[in-house]
Design a binder for this molecule. Structure first.
Ligand SMILES: [Zn+2]
Length: 84
């Protein structure tokens, strides 16, 4: 169900730990997919994702960092070419 406006980022590109690809039309959607996946892997006890999540938690302890991370990644997303 690709509409032609989807973009792709990997789990790693979003601060995760694997090469799973997420496809979404907006960065907000992308962030949700990544968060859901991270929580699922965390729940399954996947060590690399648990570590990645710990790093992320440390980063976002400061709301300014969180804001910066979000806008950096959003910019990266905006610059991506659209999927074919
Ligand atoms: Zn992952």
């Amino acid at each position: 169900m690709l509409t032609g406006t989807m973009k792709t980022l990997t789990c790693k590109q979003l601060g995760g730990a694997c090469d799973l690809e997420f496809h979404a039309e907006t960065f907000e959607e992308m962030a949700e997919l990544s968060k859901y996946h991270g929580m699922k892997m965390h729940g399954e006890g996947d060590k690399s994702h648990i570590d990645a999540m710990k790093d992320m938690m440390k980063l976002i302890e400061d709301p300014n960092n969180m804001q910066k991370w979000f806008s950096d990644k959003k910019q990266e997303f905006d610059k991506l070419p659209q999927d074919d």
